[in-house]
Design a protein around this ligand. Structure first.
Ligand code: UD1
Ligand code: UDP
Length: 369
């Protein structure tokens, strides 16, 4: 039984690792790992293979960066060549990046069933490239693995056959639980001079926050104000790094901030260590909204909407948008001890990978069902 798992960008690795591990325990399964190469810097890709114990990919497609059309076109061609050669019985994709959509589209046209890890999330914001990727991938998927009940409801509303929907929980949290002991041994806070200190941890890479100079300056302004309250550690995503390099005024603003430290993206173990000891996390990342909820760490999401409402209803997440005043006042609330406490959502229990792998194998054994 040959199953191909396709990964490409940073957040894919954490979601696919537990499923691959579970599939590889089954002797009857030949699980192929295909890396599209959408992300390729060592600190955006290889470091996660090393730290998450992922095997070297069976194929690396080297697709790289480009406009949406260029990148997606290259993804389609390279994935098709690979699937024609390997002829898997099923293709597993995760999340909402361009590699996800491309792999689902190629497989669907080749009549290969698709399984989608993290199906059903909706921001209802069609200006987000990820929302387009999610909706289209779900429409094509034969198996839809949802991380929360709201995702089931979204899919049912869109007319997806309920027999395809499997509420299996959050695979990212499997990886988080597995790597927490290693994170406790990380020395990253000592290296940054933060041991025992209060600090804010920041990530930002959404096009709506960083692509346009005005939004980027507003973000830097907000972070500079936060840094008058506590040190701010900001591992900078390569998209954001490129936008900062192109905008003199944002860089100028950075030099006036009291304690705003821009660093390179860090590996998963160090990031988990920074996240779990942070006083507050400010982010526009999807995955980090979930990880902070799992860790019980206050999260301020720098967006107007989220496809992960469970992190607000049950978790520690607050949507704060992009207004510097609002952001600073929410940080002040956390510093006063008024942060949300939150609890762990249903089935974020570290066993989602096993549940997903079981359903995948079952479908391959009974394809007509
Ligand atoms: C992609 C996903 C986004 C996800 C994010 C996770 C899409 C449409 N977007 O956004 O949903 O949240 O990954 O991090 O799939 N670059 C490098 N080195 C790398 C990778 C990228 O320098 O290893 C730079 C390039 O200049 C590139 C830019 O980052 O043009 C953007 O990369 P891309 O993969 O197109 O989108 P992301 O912003 O990373
Ligand atoms: N992450 C990391 N190092 C960093 C920033 C993020 O390991 O410097 C991890 C984070 O813990 C989470 C994942 O990367 O597991 C989230 O990826 P990202 O924010 O790039 O994508 P999104 O979730 O927004 O799609």
């Amino acid at each position: 039984m040959k199953i191909a798992l396709v990964v490409g960008a940073r957040p894919n690795f954490m979601k696919v690792a537990p499923v691959l591990t579970a599939l590889r325990k089954d002797r009857g399964v030949d699980a192929l790992l295909i890396h599209t190469g959408q992300h390729y810097d060592d600190n955006m890709s290889d470091v996660f293979f090393r730290e998450l114990g992922l095997p070297d990919p069976d194929a690396h497609l080297g697709v790289g960066s480009g406009s949406h059309a260029q990148q997606t076109a290259r993804l389609l061609c390279e994935i098709e060549t690979m699937l024609l050669r390997e002829r898997p019985e099923l293709v597993v994709v995760a999340g909402d990046v361009n590699s996800t959509l491309a792999a689902a589209l190629v497989a669907t046209k080749m009549l290969i069933p698709v399984a989608h890890i993290e199906a059903g999330l909706r921001s209802h914001d069609w200006t987000m490239p990820e929302e387009v990727n999610r909706v289209l991938t779900d429409r094509m998927s034969r198996l839809l693995f949802t991380p929360s009940r709201d995702a089931d409801a979204n899919l049912l509303k869109e007319g997806i056959d309920p027999r395809r929907i499997h509420f299996t929980g959050n695979a990212m949290i499997d990886t988080l639980n597995a790597l927490l002991p290693a994170a406790r041994g990380s020395r990253v806070r000592e290296r940054l001079g933060l041991a025992g200190a209060k600090y804010a941890l920041v990530t930002a890479h959404r096009p709506s926050n960083v692509d346009e100079a005005g939004s980027l300056r507003e973000l830097i302004d907000a972070l500079a104000q936060v840094s008058t309250r506590l040190p701010v550690i900001f591992p900078v995503h390569p998209r954001t790094r490129a936008r900062l390099a192109a905008d003199d005024r944002s860089r100028e603003e950075l030099t006036h901030a009291r304690d705003l430290r821009l660093i390179e993206p860090v590996g998963y173990v160090d990031f988990l260590s920074l996240m779990s000891s942070a006083t507050v996390v400010l982010t526009d990342s999807g995955g980090i909204q979930e990880e902070t909820t799992a860790l019980g760490v206050p999260c301020l999401t720098l967006r107007e909407n989220t496809e992960r409402p469970i992190t607000i209803e049950r978790g520690t997440n607050v949507l704060v948008g992009s207004d510097p005043k609002r952001i600073v006042s929410e940080v002040d609330a956390v510093l006063r001890g008024d942060a949300k406490r939150g609890s762990l959502p249903e089935l974020w229990d570290g066993h989602a990978g096993d549940r997903i792998a079981r359903a995948v194998v079952e479908l391959c054994r009974t394809p007509g069902e």
